[in-house]
Design a protein around this ligand. Structure first.
Ligand code: G4P
Length: 526
C-alpha cells in the first residue's frame, strides 16, 4: 500500500487504436465530451493526415504538430482520471504507435462494422498480444449497414487472434438500427436516428419477458432472444480476470458519430479496465504503488522549427509520485536532473504541473538529453526494458553528400534515431549505414531534417531488402556458421544486436530451413 494509492487507483491510461477512418477521432471526441473536457463537437482535430496531403510532408508535419497538443488527453470522469494517449493515424508513423502502446495499461480497438478488421489494426494487436495488454473492442458505425455481427466476431477472433465476448448486442443495423441490448448491465438501450443519443434505457434482466415486445417489434425481439441464447451458449461467461490477462476482449457495438453506445463503453471501461499495472524493468518488476518515483521516455516530439531546437520527451510514470523541481536520476547519464516546467495535458491544454502520479504522462522540455527508452528514478539504478523495434518495411543506404559535413551527418543520424524517427542498421561487412522505415515519407523527413537542423546533406542509395530479423540461437556453432555464410547480409542495430537482413522471402525461408536451430525474430523484443 502506498500513500498515493488513492490517486493511482483512479487512473486509467489507455490508447484508442484503429485503422484510419474507423472512427478513432470521433470516439475520442465523444469521450472528452462526457468528461466535460470539451464542450462542442469538432473540437478534437484529427491528426489523421488527409489523403490529398500525402505528397507534401511539411504539411503532414504541420498536421502532426497538432498531435503534440493532442498526444495525451486527460479528463476526470466519475472520480476517475482518464488519460487517453493518441496515436498517429498515418501508417508511415506506425513506429510511434508501437511505442505509445508500451506506455498504456489498456487499449480500445475501434473496428468499422462494414470494413471489419483492417491491416493496421492487425499489426497493432500483435503489440498488445506481446505485452498482454487488456483490449476492449468497439464496433463502430452501427448506423450503417455492415457485416453480420456473428461473422464479424469470428473475423475479429481469427484476424486479431484473441478470444472475444460480446458485452452488448446490436438490434439490427443501418437505417433499421434500433439499439443494443447491454449484456454487461442487463439494459435495453434504444436508439432513434434523428435524436443521436440513447433515447431510452430500460433495465431488462430477463430478455424472455414479454415486456420486450413493448419496446421493439416482435420479429426483432425473437431474433434478439435467439442471438443472446446463442451468445450465452457459444461464448464463455465474461470474466474480468481473463480480460485483465489479455486473454479475452469484451466487445461493444455502437456509433461514435451518433454518440450511441459511447457512454456505455466508458462506464464499463472505468469499471473493468486496469489502473496502472506493474512494469517489468531489467532488474526487477516495478509496482506502481511503490513510494519512489520511476518512469521512462516512450516518445520524443521534436520541434520542426530549427530556431527552437527543443523537444518534448514524454514520460510514463511507472511508480510513485513525480514532483516538479525534485532531483531525479537520469540513469543512462548517471546524473541528477531537475525539471522546472514539466507539463501535463488536461483535455487539449498543456499546462505546467507540480506533481503527477503513476499512470500519468508528463512532458519534459528537452534539448537533447533524452532518447527513447531512457529511465528516470528517485536514485535507483534501474532500466526499463527496451521498447520493441519491428522489422522495417523499406530500406535504403544513407550516404554523405557533403564531405565537409561528415560529423554533422553522423550526429544528426544518431539523434534522429534516438528520437525514433527510423531504424539504423550498420552492415558488418562494409560498415555502410542502412536506414529502415515503415514508409517512404520517413526518408523525406530524415533528409529534410538533416539539412535544416544539422546542416548535413545525405543521399539515398537503393538496396533491395525484404526484412530485418533479429537472430539468436543456443547452438553457437550454427550461429557462427550462419553469420559467416551470410556475412554480406549481417548488420548491427543501434543496440549492437545481430540482425540478419534478408533480401527476399524465399531466401529467408531457405535460411530458416538450413539453420533450424536459429530463431529469426521480426521484432527486437523476444
Ligand atoms: P479515424 O480517426 O479513425 O481516422 O476516423 P474519424 O473519427 O476521423 O472518422 C472517419 C469518418 O467516419 C468521419 O467521416 C466520421 O464522421 C465517420 N464516422 C465516425 N463514426 C461514425 C459512425 O458511428 N457512423 C458513421 N456513419 N460515420 C462515422 P468523414 O466524412 O471522413 O469526416 P468528417 O468530414 O465527417 O469529419
Amino acid at each position: 500500500m502506498s500513500q498515493y494509492s488513492k490517486e493511482i487507483d483512479k487512473r486509467r491510461t489507455f490508447a484508442i487504436i484503429s485503422h484510419p477512418d474507423a472512427g478513432k477521432t470521433t470516439l475520442t471526441e465523444k469521450l472528452l465530451l462526457f468528461g466535460g473536457a470539451i464542450h462542442v463537437a469538432g473540437a478534437v482535430k484529427s491528426n489523421k493526415i488527409k489523403k490529398t496531403a500525402t505528397s507534401d510532408w511539411m504539411e503532414i508535419e504541420k498536421q502532426r504538430g497538432i498531435s503534440v497538443a493532442t498526444s495525451v488527453m486527460a479528463f476526470d470522469y466519475e472520480d476517475h482520471k482518464i488519460n487517453i494517449l493518441d496515436t498517429p493515424g498515418h501508417q508511415d508513423f506506425a513506429e510511434d504507435t508501437f511505442r505509445t502502446l508500451t506506455a498504456v495499461d489498456s487499449v480500445i480497438i475501434v473496428v468499422d462494422v462494414a470494413k471489419g478488421v483492417e491491416a493496421q489494426t492487425r499489426k497493432l494487436m500483435e503489440v498488445c498480444r506481446m505485452r498482454k495488454t487488456p483490449v476492449i473492442v468497439f464496433v463502430n458505425k452501427m448506423d450503417r449497414d455492415g457485416k453480420d455481427p456473428f461473422d464479424l466476431l469470428d473475423e475479429i477472433e481469427e484476424e486479431l487472434k484473441i478470444n472475444v465476448r460480446p458485452l452488448s448486442w446490436p438490434i439490427d443495423m443501418g437505417q433499421r438500427f434500433k439499439g443494443v441490448y447491454n449484456i454487461f448491465e442487463q439494459k435495453l438501450d434504444l436508439y432513434t436516428p434523428s435524436k443521436q443519443y440513447v433515447t431510452e434505457s430500460v433495465e431488462f434482466k430477463d430478455i424472455n419477458s414479454p415486456e420486450l415486445e413493448k419496446h421493439i417489434d416482435s420479429s426483432l425481439a425473437e431474433k434478439l432472444r435467439a442471438d443472446i441464447e446463442l451468445i450465452e451458449g457459444v461464448y464463455p461467461e465474461f470474466d474480468v480476470e481473463t480480460y485483465l490477462k489479455g486473454d479475452i476482449a469484451p466487445v461493444f457495438f455502437g456509433s461514435a458519430l451518433h454518440n450511441f453506445g459511447v457512454r456505455e463503453l466508458l462506464d464499463c471501461f472505468i469499471r473493468i479496465a486496469p489502473s496502472p499495472r506493474p512494469v517489468q524493468a531489467i532488474e526487477r518488476v516495478v509496482n506502481p504503488y511503490e513510494d519512489n518515483f520511476t518512469g521512462f521516455v516512450f516518445k520524443i516530439h521534436a520541434n520542426m522549427d530549427p530556431n527552437h531546437r527543443s523537444c518534448i520527451a514524454f514520460v510514463k510514470i511507472c511508480s510513485g509520485r513525480f514532483e516538479r523541481n525534485a532531483n531525479y536520476k537520469h540513469v543512462r547519464f548517471n546524473k541528477g536532473m531537475r525539471f522546472s516546467s514539466p507539463t501535463a495535458f488536461m483535455a487539449q491544454k498543456k499546462e505546467t504541473v507540480d506533481e503527477a502520479f503513476a499512470g500519468d504522462i508528463i512532458g519534459l522540455p528537452d534539448t537533447g538529453n533524452f532518447k527513447i527508452g531512457d529511465t528516470l528514478t528517485s536514485g535507483e539504478e534501474l532500466h526499463f526494458k527496451g521498447l520493441p523495434s519491428f522489422s522495417p518495411e523499406m530500406f535504403k543506404y544513407i550516404e554523405n553528400a557533403d564531405p565537409m559535413k561528415a560529423k554533422q551527418l553522423a550526429k544528426g543520424i544518431e539523434q534522429l534515431m534516438d528520437e525514433g524517427v527510423a531504424q539504423l542498421f550498420v552492415n558488418q561487412f562494409n560498415n555502410r549505414k542502412i536506414i529502415g522505415t515503415v514508409g517512404q515519407l520517413q526518408f523525406e523527413v530524415i533528409q529534410y531534417r538533416l539539412l535544416h537542423e544539422y546542416g548535413a546533406q545525405c543521399k539515398w542509395e537503393p538496396i533491395s531488402l525484404y526484412k530485418a530479423c533479429w537472430i539468436e540461437s543456443d547452438n553457437a556453432v550454427m550461429l557462427e556458421n550462419f553469420k559467416k555464410r551470410k556475412m554480406q547480409y549481417m548488420a548491427r542495430d543501434k543496440e549492437g544486436r545481430d540482425v540478419y537482413l534478408a533480401d527476399s522471402s524465399y531466401v529467408l525461408t531457405m535460411a530458416q530451413q538450413d539453420f533450424p536451430d536459429i530463431k529469426f525474430h521480426f521484432t527486437s523484443e523476444f
